[in-house]
Design a protein around this ligand. Sequence first.
Ligand SMILES: Nc1ncnc2c1ncn2[C@@H]1O[C@H](COP(=O)(O)OP(=O)(O)OP(=O)(O)O)[C@@H](O)[C@H]1O
Ligand SMILES: [Mg+2]
Length: 373
Amino acid sequence: MNILKVLVVDDEPGIRTGVTRVLRNFTVGFPFMDDDFSFETVETGSGEEAIEILDKEPIDIVLLDNKLPGIYGIEVLEYIRQQEYDTQVMMITSYASLDLAVKATNNGAYNFVPKPFTPQELKAAMESITKHLYLKRMTKKLNEQGKHVRFQFLSVLSHELKSPINAIEGYLKIMQDKQAGDAIDDYQVMVSRSLERIKGMRGLIMDLLDLTRIESGKKKRNIAPVDITETARMAMHSMEPLAIQKSVKIHFISDEPHYINSDPAEIEIIFNNLLSNAVKYNVENGEVFLSITDNPMEVVIDVKDTGIGISEEEIGNLFKEFARIRNSKTKDITGSGLGLSIVKKLIDLNHGSIAVSSKPEQGSHFRVTFPKH
Ligand SMILES: Nc1ncnc2c1ncn2[C@@H]1O[C@H](COP(=O)(O)OP(=O)(O)OP(=O)(O)O)[C@@H](O)[C@H]1O
Ligand SMILES: [Mg+2]
């Protein structure tokens, strides 16, 4: 239960105690909120004291009469706005002139409740102001988180791009000064390393595009029955050049079509990433086993490899963005650490699940399950 602090500012004691009594056992809940709200009141008869209270403790909602013995309610409202307190104000007045209404609204008052009001009217007004407060705070929080995530994302991204750019720049300078000799052949290694780094950067950029499209919900999905077996076969073929280069053999085990409703492009990205990992993080003459099976409820994809494996504690981080395992075995393998985070997002989008089991030096097993319906 969330408790909201309500400050009741009115010079009539009857109104103050009335409000406290009505709110004591009143709660507000909405289908989109996990928790209900209840209210705790603080009472005062003057604007001056209201300001003192507001300065001392966080107040969520102020029920504010305008005509008070000292400073008027509208001045308290102006004060709240100037201080930028995270407080919602509801004016409770017996006669509200148009002038006052305009002034109060301009100063951010949420609404007016004319006095006298019935308990029902007060409750309805409280319900609406609570919803407004909740949504406002929620939006603020989400915006802040968004900014934070974006910042983190950009700093990691620029870091990841900096080192290949530095490397390529270094090689080009060496060539410009002809430091390694006059013949073009003297620079073969540098040229291929530069090309390798460029490939890495391109991969990173493509991954980022996939990721932002998925995250922003901007990716248009073309849902249709997809034969996973066919998609897997295609992904396997496109992985073959890399596998040959690494002397890794891919075995494909599936006899028949297996259909799910999805976007074929999404399934292809999933296979490409799992297979490229199984090949990349494999050993010389290693093997990859790709199989697709089903049971009455689901289609099951298994990607097993005989590669370098992953330790228990590292498995927990695998699906986070930019998570790469850095050790002597992976130091020469290029990658952005985004592949599996994309895989996870796409599997979630398709209501599937992914499980990993792995042993260092022995190999890894990724299992993806999609519901049939
Ligand atoms: N089959 C595997 N065997 C061993 N380690 C793996 C395997 N798959 C992933 N990993 C480890 O998990 C890390 C994260 O994988 P992920 O696919 O997200 O990124 P990446 O391969 O580094 O980069 P990208 O896929 O974006 O090119 C890898 O860097 C690697 O250390
Ligand atoms: Mg990868």
